[in-house]
Design a protein around this ligand. Sequence first.
Ligand SMILES: [Zn+2]
Length: 300
Amino acid sequence: LSAAPFSLSTVSLEPSEPRSGDLALVYIQSDDATVDRALVRTVGYEFVAFRISSDRLRAVIAVPIDAEPGERPMEILIGGKSVRTRFKIASRKWDSSQLKVSREFTQKKSKELLARLREEEKELKAVWQVEPGPPRFLGPFVHPVDGEVTGNFGTRRVFNGKVSSVHYGLDLDGKVGDPIRAVQAGRVVMASLRWASGGTTIIDHGGGLFTMYFHMSRMDRKPGDIVKVGELLGAVGKTGRVTGPHLHLQVVVRAKRVDPKNRSPHTIQIDPAPVLGLDVTGDPKFLDDGGTPSAATVTP
Ligand SMILES: [Zn+2]
């Protein structure tokens, strides 16, 4: 079994063998100061790499939860050149849990509710339309609450012997009113009361990375607010479709599909647990300063 780390002289991946549902960082060597962005095409998606220091660019990529283990090609487009390489997706097992569905969950949705859900869908879609700006994050990610993990990412919820849903977040225990902190620096892009996720705050960390905080009882930040790592966002609650108070933390990477017929932005759900252990490097000089959101289009 070869465990050689994924590395070319110009490209390296961290972790070297991500699992499905993992975030990975792609580092690209380049000291050409005129190149501040690059594109990374892999697993059917196109991710944007940003300059993070005088000699490197970095892309946040996501391995989709349904990606099978094995080798995958990766193409890097930088400064008019194309670099082709490969990396390996490690295998992974998922938990499953028997689901007890309450009457409320199985009832037909009213016209009013369906209209509300369509509005909520539109509001969320608008968030993903914006082209990613340079990363705002540097240093260690922090835990949003002190509570223990009570539900893992990727858990298959089985109802009557059939997989009925997949858990796309990490559940963390808490009491109503417990403080929720931003896991990294970023810009708040949503703070609204939604039907399923209740009090919902979304932070854009730049570089295509977002974190979402669900079921909040109190939201202290509004869209446009710039938050530092560890800064108070609000409080744990039990708003939305939940049975008890907890924080559901979701991490998504925004990307475009490589398929030319379907280029609309897409969000890929990734496991928050390994993300909370990250400590990222970079030259602060290249961080987004927290000003107006970047509307620049990508021209690699
Ligand atoms: Zn959850």
